[in-house]
Design a protein. Structure first.
Ligand code: GLV
Ligand code: MN
Ligand code: MN
Length: 414
């Protein structure tokens, strides 16, 4: 069991503020979507902070960024800590940035106190965790854990038309001082601090959530095709209207999926109509569906209900429905030994904690496939996230970082 170590809370808060200026939105949030110029600016700032402290900087093929503080035995697999720097279009200042900057604060604290660790400790900022510009999410950790980029990403384009290959090349080129390293390498363990993005900790007045697992997520792309025709002249009986299919199917799904199972989540976050003229029945409607549940059979059942519902409504309107699964993240369970370490450290630091499941997906889910992983949650106001108003009390950011520092020392002592 290691000793407690004092992190520099003021420095962590100042860094959070400085990073929040990159892509700041009028309502106090952040729009720093993956692999944009703003994302590159944030990566540069982190690399500059690292250089000032003499840490080495690396990046890999998917532009994951690593900051390494050497250990006594450089050959040992590193202890990896971090999160992501990309944000939602109307995101908050803490989702991802807190975990990355808390991890960097731990590295600086080790340096301040001249603490040597046997193994290297590395901070990672994973690429494109959010998945809102380029889908899927967690691209960086997914590729890292697999040791390769899936072939399907080769010609991938963002919602704004940008090519993944071009944006990766520009991002890698924007940090020429970072040494390129192969994708994926042995990792001793992975820890990630993150805001809870829910209300449980706040409602129980606790400062720490020890995450034992992550519920499953699936993303579906739904394409409904009918026939475009004149809005003023086309009689009801001659209409093949994909918007009507969408509305009727979705109304039934909204009424059924979440009301019938309180652990189920169902969200339509994106929809577009073609040709998109006020006075034309649309030719096609395209929408995304995000479903979540802690159990795979329940996800299977939800997906089937969605497929059946669009097929039935499309049949009734003489339209066509194609439902494609574009992302599948099965539920993950973190090793109990990692949670035990976090609980012991939280108790030692006298931080009130509870164990909990994550409703959001995170890079830790993929890292857990190749190394023991766990997460530390801190509360956020009203559980609000993926929103510019996302807010974390300074004491809670500091508490999460203190626990991370203690857990890193405990894990690295073994
Ligand atoms: C992560 O951003 C998620 O959507 O869960
Ligand atoms: Mn996040
Ligand atoms: Mn997020």
């Amino acid at each position: 069991m290691g000793d407690n170590i004092a992190i520099n809370g003021e420095r962590l808060l100042a860094n959070l503020q400085r990073f929040a200026e990159i892509g700041a939105t009028p309502k106090g949030g952040v729009n720093r979507q993956a692999l944009t110029d703003l994302d590159r600016q944030a990566r540069r700032r982190l690399a500059e902070l690292a250089a000032k402290r003499g840490f080495s900087v690396f990046q890999d093929e998917i532009a994951n960024l690593f900051i390494r503080r050497e250990g006594r035995n450089p050959a040992l697999p590193p202890m990896l800590i971090g999160s992501h720097l990309d944000s939602q279009p109307l995101g908050g200042k803490f989702d991802g940035a807190l975990g990355t900057l808390a991890a960097f604060e731990v590295l600086e604290t080790l340096e301040d106190h001249g603490i040597e660790t046997e193994r290297p400790v590395e901070v990672v900022a994973f690429t494109n965790e959010e998945g809102c510009r380029f889908a899927p999410g967690c691209m960086g950790s997914m590729a890292f854990a697999a040791g390769e980029l899936p072939a399907s990403w080769q010609d991938l384009r963002a919602v704004d038309g940008a090519s993944l290959a071009d944006e990766l090349a520009a991002t890698l080129a924007s940090l020429p001082e970072a040494t390129m390293r192969p994708l994926g390498f042995p990792v001793f363990a992975y820890l990630e601090v993150h805001i809870e993005q829910g209300r449980l900790l706040e409602s129980e007045a606790l400062s720490i959530g020890i995450v034992t697992g992550i519920q499953g997520t699936r993303w579906l792309d739904v394409e409904l095709t009918g026939q475009t025709a004149h809005a003023g002249t086309t009689l009801l009986k001659f209409r093949r209207d994909p918007m009507r299919v969408a509305v009727q199917a979705l109304a039934g799904l909204y009424d059924h999926i979440m009301p019938s199972d309180e652990r189920a989540r169902f969200t339509v976050g994106r929809m577009s109509l073609k040709p998109g003229a006020v006075n034309a029945i649309p030719e096609s409607v395209r929408l995304t569906i995000d479903i979540r549940h802690p159990e795979t059979p329940a996800l299977d059942a939800m997906e089937q209900i969605i497929r059946d519902s669009f097929a039935r409504q499309a049949g009734e309107q003489d339209c066509q429905a194609i439902v494609t699964r574009i992302f599948d993240m099965p539920p993950a369970e973190f090793p109990s030994t990692m949670a035990d370490t976090l609980s012991a450290c939280a108790d030692r630091l006298q931080l009130g904690s509870r164990r909990m499941l994550s409703g959001a997906f995170h890079d830790a889910l993929f890292m857990n496939r190749i190394a023991p992983a766990a997460m530390i949650f801190v509360p956020c106001r009203d559980g609000l996230s993926h929103n510019e108003l996302e807010h974390v009390e300074p004491d809670h950011s500091i508490a999460g970082c203190r626990l991370l520092a203690a857990a890193v020392l405990d894990l690295c002592a073994s």
